[in-house]
Design a protein around this ligand. Structure first.
Ligand code: PMP
Length: 396
């Protein structure tokens, strides 16, 4: 029966790698996943920074059920008043600085980055972009153009031309960019897939200054850092730099698929003029998804889950001391534990699985182990997880 389900998965679904983990999940609750054999795993990655309030929070489940019973899809984005969407947009805007006052909802992070890139071209009348080396912004062809790593992008060329790559925190590289040609800069405050590497305040400030001087838009990809992950609702709050466009995804939908790009209304209005329908989507801001996202944001705020994030980070850092741990990168509950190499990480992930811990690696930091649990993880769970990680390392 079990192997039959696995076979159905392998035979009927497109795969992303030759050897998928293929853990057969049958239930998720709180900070745990349960497999078909009754094994329980503490979730140390939260669907990659999606399930920030844990799995199956009753408030989210209730919001989904209530909205599904009212109406689901009725009409494409932007044509009818659907209060789950507009109320969620209002709730988000109320958490943001004045210039981030208008939300465009889409269905994924990649689509949100793509929309932000289109918006940027419209607003500036320019076409070139700046992105960071070894950044990941999504897998469709717009975001893929922002990927410096040829191994992943070469097979899909031609992509969008004229993307300039700078290394994170390389201030001197910023000066060699042809700024008068640049439409926008896409940057993460914590560069996730490079192993949770922090962008310095000086670097972000320099980018902000160049954008101001040359009428370019500064786009923050907070798809992974958003919704409390780094210890504040959004990571940009910690560096005190406000972007022109904020891109959200992952936890935005409270476990449902959703992306958004958020900017000033005046900028956003370019998408509805000459041509009209400059960006359209059938399902963007789906009412059930919007209801789930709004409920999750309420939980995040009303249960005050963000204020404990730095303490939890500290505990992970205190407990994860071992000669095989070379460094811990990241901020808040977005951590990358650096081991010797890819093989050590893979072995550790496998041993952790045997010990009831679910983890993962990073696209551009294969020597790092990912720790991005639900923000609801308790101190006891952190201590127990760390003990099990250390014992997995001992066995390596
Ligand atoms: N930007 C970042 C920083 C991401 O981590 C991801 C997803 N890993 C994306 C964009 C793309 O999001 P999606 O998978 O929803 O298209």
């Amino acid at each position: 029966m079990h192997s039959f389900a696995r076979q159905t998965f392998l035979e009927n679904m497109a795969q992303t790698s030759p050897n998928p983990l293929a853990l057969h999940v049958v239930r998720a609750e709180g900070n745990y996943l349960f497999d078909v054999d009754g094994n329980k795993y503490l979730d140390l990655i939260a669907g990659i920074s999606v399930c920030n309030i844990g799995h199956q929070h009753p408030a989210v489940v209730q919001a989904v059920q209530a909205q599904a019973a009212e109406f689901m899809h009725v009409m494409v984005y932007g044509e009818t008043v659907q209060t789950p969407q507009s109320n969620y947009a209002k709730q988000l805007v109320q958490c943001l600085p004045e210039n981030l006052n208008c939300c465009y909802f889409v269905n994924s992070g990649a689509e949100a980055i793509d929309g932000a890139m289109k918006l940027t071209k419209r607003v500036t009348g320019k076409t070139q972009f700046v992105a960071l080396t070894d950044a990941y912004h999504g897998s469709t062809q717009g975001p893929l153009s922002l990927m410096s790593n040829d191994y992943y992008s070469q097979a899909y060329r031609p992509l969008l031309p004229s993307v300039h790559f700078v290394n994170q925190n390389d201030l001197s590289a910023i000066d060699s960019i042809p700024w008068s040609e640049i439409a926008g800069v896409v940057v993460e405050i914590v560069q996730a897939e490079r192993g949770d590497q922090l962008s310095s305040r000086e670097f972000l400030q320099a980018l902000r200054r160049k954008c101001d001087q040359h009428c370019c838009l500064l786009i923050f990809d907070e798809i992974q850092t958003g919704f409390g992950r780094t210890g504040t609702l959004f990571a940009f709050e910690q560096v005190g730099i406000v972007p022109d466009v904020l891109v959200l995804g992952k936890a935005l939908g409270g476990g449902m698929p959703m992306g958004a790009f958020i900017a000033d209304r005046a900028l956003m209005s370019t998408l509805s003029n000459q041509p009209i329908l400059g960006h359209i989507t059938t399902f963007g801001g789906h009412p059930v998804v919007a209801a789930a996202g709004a409920a999750a944001l309420n939980v995040l705020q009303s249960e005050d889950l963000i204020s404990a994030v730095f303490d939890k980070e500290k505990l992970f850092r205190q407990c994860l001391k071992h000669p095989k741990i070379l460094a811990i990168h990241g901020r808040g509950l977005m951590l990358a534990v650096q081991l010797a190499d890819f093989d050590s990480v893979q072995l550790c992930i496998q041993k952790m699985l045997d010990k009831g811990l679910f983890s993962d690696w990073f696209l551009f930091a294969p020597n790092c182990l990912r720790i991005s649990p639900p923000l609801t993880i308790s101190h006891e769970e952190i201590e127990s997880a760390c003990q099990r990680i250390l014992s997995a390392l001992e066995e390596n």
